[in-house]
Design a binder for this molecule. Structure first.
Ligand code: PLP
Length: 555
């Protein structure tokens, strides 16, 4: 599907909607949010982007001792702490499109602050009071969005998306090997299945769990858009189950970090059900979905695309509507990683792991004797005995609750659409550049991944990219990948920080798998539009910097 550049124009209805949401929830306006009038915060907000100041840098680096005396001067914050915050990365700059990092919305900042002051500890109801119910309310709301039964589902705020995925792997292991919490995994034969395009936390978690990675982890191939290859998946799973080898967890991705691929969760579920039936598998694999970045797309699950209330432009509306069955497929997951701290516009750390069936938590329960200093009848009110952590702060839950309930579905739809339209706009422009190849252009998400080639009159980027994908062995033609990559890399370094602050990615794409299942990685550049402040004009400036004329002398 190709659209003319003009079809990417923002509709007046959308502009109106965007302005409203932005002014109310993202503009740090002290008239709406008086906390921003606090002198130190106001000063920090006014300072904006700064080049690093050499002296504060060296002062901080030299500090080794706690002062003997109290600081009784009028300052509310140590000067060096203020300096560190001032010279931190500015995520409110419209140019910040680095990786899956966002600027939090005003309600989430206030929610997190409220939790910091109240200081409930979600580990145990006695230490958290009604905050336990706030976490539960939010979990029910998210369950509803996913399409889970909110009375059956449960969830836990945890230390990051990585921990969310850890829960997914752990749940599978405990279901499959109920004694492993006491006796470990020694001597157990099993295979974990995940996708080659999965986030690296897949591997760090498997290492943490003591998995024999070369022998017990099967990484399924992905298609050219980085989505799980369903044939390879079915083959892999059936092979294991046919031999009676348990598969504790299948870990899928809903929005990969670099190219925003969304795996077909419903089909994976069906293939798994069928295989379990066929081979009489006693304990089914646990299907965990890493939706750390991608989850906010579920805000569109019940969007009326005909009425199109928020005024999506045509290319984004059509693409999103086509993707809808995949998005709704999230409900087939047994558990899901959800990061509010990414596309949910909530400050760190705000990560939630959702479970379709609360009885699954029983599998994670530790020996009750460990919890003897908690009153037994109250330990049931929280997930105390099933969590990996002990103390759990409430800033993430409060921040997320305030964001969800103040922005509402409409507010989220607007800011998510803002990201999508920005990404599609950049892709459309990049596709017109003769020396640029957009990678996984068909995927819809906030991410744009691309590769620049040394301009030449005969260059055909599609043919070139295809050719690169067929390379395997080091040789003359591999050198051509390297040559173009070096050109792109130099160009990237030359532009770095001037327009959009994009990222360099060592594996934006890969060569086709050879008969050993091996492939080479192809590097490139990526922009992720989680930023609520980036507008088309910032993208226009960026595109200008990529034009062949500005490309000729990159260094
Ligand atoms: C960011 C990310 C993670 C890791 O989450 P953290 O919150 O950074 O620990 C996992 N999976 C995907 C797809 C991610 O984008």
């Amino acid at each position: 599907m190709s659209h003319s550049l003009s079809s990417h124009a923002l509709t007046p209805a959308f502009l109106n909607q965007y302005q409203t949401i932005r002014q109310h929830f993202f503009d740090r306006n002290p008239d709406r949010w008086p906390i921003y009038r606090t002198p130190e915060l106001a000063q920090w907000l006014a300072n904006g982007m700064h080049p690093m100041r050499a002296d504060s840098d060296s002062l901080l680096k030299q500090q080794t001792k706690v002062p003997n005396q109290s600081d009784l001067s009028a300052k509310t914050l140590p000067n060096l702490a203020l300096q560190a915050a001032t010279y931190s990365k500015d995520w409110t700059s419209p140019h910040a499109v680095e990786n899956v990092i966002t600027a939090p919305c005003d309600p989430a900042i206030h929610g997190a602050l409220l939790a910091t002051m109240a200081n409930p500890n979600l580990v145990y109801s006695e230490y958290a009071g009604l905050s336990v119910e706030l976490e539960k309310a939010l979990v029910r709301q998210v369950a509803n969005l996913i399409g889970y039964d909110p009375n059956q589902a449960t969830g836990i705020f945890t230390q990051g998306g990585t921990f969310g995925n850890l829960y997914g792997y752990l749940m599978g292991l405990r279901k499959q090997f109920p004694l492993s919490g006491q006796r470990g995994l020694q001597g157990q034969d099993f295979r974990m299945i995940n996708s080659l395009a999965g986030h690296y936390s897949n591997m760090t978690n498997l290492g943490l769990l003591g998995t024999d990675i070369p022998n017990q982890v099967l990484r399924v191939k992905v298609d050219t858009n980085n989505r799980l290859d369903l044939d390879d998946f079915a083959y892999t799973l059936n092979n294991c189950l046919a031999e009676g080898i348990p598969v504790p967890t299948i870990l899928l991705t809903f929005g990969t970090t670099d190219t925003f691929a969304i795996d077909d969760i419903e089909r994976v579920y069906q293939v798994t059900e069928r295989a379990c039936q066929r081979f009489n598998t006693p304990v089914k694999p646990h299907i965990h979905v890493d939706a750390a970045v991608g989850w906010p797309l579920i805000m569109f699950n019940d969007y009326d695309f005909d009425a199109n209330t928020i005024g999506l432009n045509r290319p984004t509306r059509e693409k999103l509507q086509t993707l809808l069955p995949r998005i709704r497929g999230l409900r087939f997951a047994d558990s899901i990683t959800i990061d509010f701290q990414k596309w949910g516009f909530v400050p760190y750390t705000a990560s939630l792991v959702m479970f379709k069936r609360q009885e699954d938590m029983e599998h994670l329960k530790q020996d009750p004797h460990y919890f003897s200093y908690f009153e037994a009848h109250k330990t049931e009110q929280t997930h105390l005995q099933s969590t990996i952590e002990c103390s759990r702060g409430a800033a993430g839950a409060y921040g997320s609750y305030c964001a969800l309930n103040m922005l509402g579905k409409r507010g989220y739809q607007t800011m998510v659409a803002h990201s999508l339209q920005n990404a599609e706009y950049l892709k459309a422009h990049l596709s017109t550049l003769p020396h640029c190849k957009v990678v996984a252009a068909d995927n819809l998400g906030p991410t744009v991944a691309f590769r620049l080639y040394h301009p030449s009159p005969t260059l055909d980027v599609d043919a070139m990219f295809q050719q690169e994908q067929t390379l395997h062995k080091v040789g003359e033609r591999i050198d051509s990948i390297t040559q173009h990559s070096l050109f792109h890399r130099q160009h990237f370094l030359h532009r770095q920080g001037k327009q959009l602050k994009t990222n360099w990615v060592e594996s934006i794409a890969r060569t086709n798998f050879d008969h050993h299942g091996q492939c080479l990685f192809i590097p490139g550049e990526k922009a992720v539009f989680l930023n609520p402040y980036t507008r088309y004009r910032h993208i226009d400036e960026f595109i200008t910097s990529l034009h062949p004329e500005s490309v000729k002398q990159p260094v």
